[in-house]
Write a protein that binds this ligand. Structure first.
Ligand SMILES: [Zn+2]
Length: 232
């Protein structure tokens, strides 16, 4: 099976040269999309080990949680911004898997993020059709490889809100964000320690809405993890 996978990767390279998504170098491992030099450049936050870290402070008093991790700083015109852009808009899902593995390794090392299920923030159905995949789910897949946990989808769901909402002002849309998510088949997560996963933490509005809904399921406790925290 390993040989077949390697053969598949090799054939893929005939069409898509295997180069680093950060710097374009061809000196990188076969199962990696980011070279060692670029991996070393990524600005890790070190939040995982810190109680009351800046990511947790953003969500204090807004949603009950055990712990929050954001793995890396997202600065303007940075390597990380380029990686997230390629993941979201250039269909480079392997980048999401690798960033998920990095995030998973940080959580494993800290020991503060005991969980039984990974729950990615769902993408709006319309965006999912356009993009073809949910980047948060791809990140969760990478984390699952590292943490040996199941990824549970379709319990936390995004509702297909009608277009009329796009006519609302920005503030009204934000206030309405709770209405955009819902819970189905709650029994699949009942009494579990859940780790909510997203790509970027900015205002915390999405994690707040989703975290509230998950924490409302009987016996559920919530931790949260994002690859990046936006500093812009
Ligand atoms: Zn590189």
């Amino acid at each position: 099976m390993q040989a077949l996978t390697t053969l598949g990767v090799a054939i893929g390279q005939l069409f898509y040269p295997h180069v680093c998504a950060g710097c374009g170098s061809d000196k990188l491992e076969l199962d990696s999309s980011i070279c060692w030099y670029c991996l070393d450049e990524l600005p890790a936050t070190g939040f995982a080990d810190q109680h009351d870290n800046p990511a947790e402070k953003i969500l204090w008093g807004r949603v009950p949680f055990n712990a929050v991790q954001s793995g890396f700083y997202l600065n303007r015109d940075s390597l990380m911004e380029q990686l997230i852009y390629q993941l979201k808009y250039k269909n480079r899902q392997e980048i999401g898997i690798q960033l998920g593995r990095l995030l998973g390794a940080q959580l494993k090392k800290s020991g503060r993020f005991e969980a039984e299920a990974l729950v990615p923030v769902p993408l709006h159905p319309k965006k999912l059709r356009q993009r073809g995949f949910n980047q948060a789910a791809t990140i969760a897949e990478g984390m699952a490889q590292e943490l040996n946990l199941p990824v549970t989808q379709h319990v936390l769901v995004r509702k297909n809100v009608s277009n009329s909402q796009t006519r609302l002002g920005r503030l009204a849309r934000w206030e309405n964000s709770y209405a955009n998510f819902g819970i189905e088949q709650a029994h699949r997560l009942r009494n579990k320690r859940v780790l909510l996963v997203d790509d970027v933490l900015t205002t915390g509005a999405t994690l707040e809405s989703c975290g509230q809904l998950l924490a409302g399921i009987s016996g559920v406790t919530v931790s949260m993890a994002t690859v990046c925290i936006s500093s812009v």
